[in-house]
Design a protein around this ligand. Structure first.
Ligand code: HEM
Length: 143
């Protein structure tokens, strides 16, 4: 009996590996929002304001980014064949009202790419993950 072939979830390092990739993505997006002429600040400002507070006011929703992070780990874990279950909103519902542009989607994808490279994900596994991500493009963009 041969062992079953590892799933993409296994090849990304299971939940621990996926969490590192997601945390890297979030760190990269956060860094981009702090740059002059950021392309990601517009879409992320409501969440950042809720987490950080505005004008010295206390945060209105301090765990909002943490919830997004945990949901995203579950979503990738489920979509790559792992034992996780995504319990968040559909991609269409989650991104409706944000008017995310194709350009913003591309910049987001570059932040993911950086994290995949930093985590030394193999090219074939990056391609397999992009196939999953790019299928969501139309649900995320222009709503
Ligand atoms: C295929 C690509 C993407 C995936 C898989 C994804 C995934 C997610 C997930 C899982 C959530 C949380 C939904 C929930 O908790 O119910 C979310 C929310 C969010 N996403 Fe995305 N996302 C993608 C693209 C983008 C892009 C391109 C942007 C902006 C440039 C973006 C900005 C946001 C923001 C601001 C939130 C809301 C956080 C909040 O208000 O609490 N996402 N996304």
């Amino acid at each position: 009996e041969e062992a079953p072939a590892p799933t993409l979830y296994d090849r990304l390092g299971k939940t621990e590996g996926i969490a590192k990739i997601v945390d890297g993505l979030i760190a990269n997006v956060g860094a981009e929002t702090a740059t002059p002429n950021s392309l990601m600040l517009r879409s992320h400002k409501p969440m950042l304001d809720a987490v950080n507070g505005v004008n010295g006011q206390p945060p209105t929703d301090p765990t909002r980014l943490q919830r997004l992070r945990n949901h995203f780990v579950d979503q990738v874990g489920e979509a790559t064949g792992g034992p996780l279950t995504y319990k968040g909103k559909s991609m269409l519902v989650a991104h409706t009202g944000m008017a995310i542009t194709h350009q913003e989607f591309s910049i987001w994808r570059q932040q993911l790419e950086k994290s995949l490279n930093d985590n030394k994900v193999a090219e074939a596994d990056k391609a397999a993950l992009y196939a999953i991500i790019d299928k969501m493009h139309d649900d995320v963009v222009n709503h």
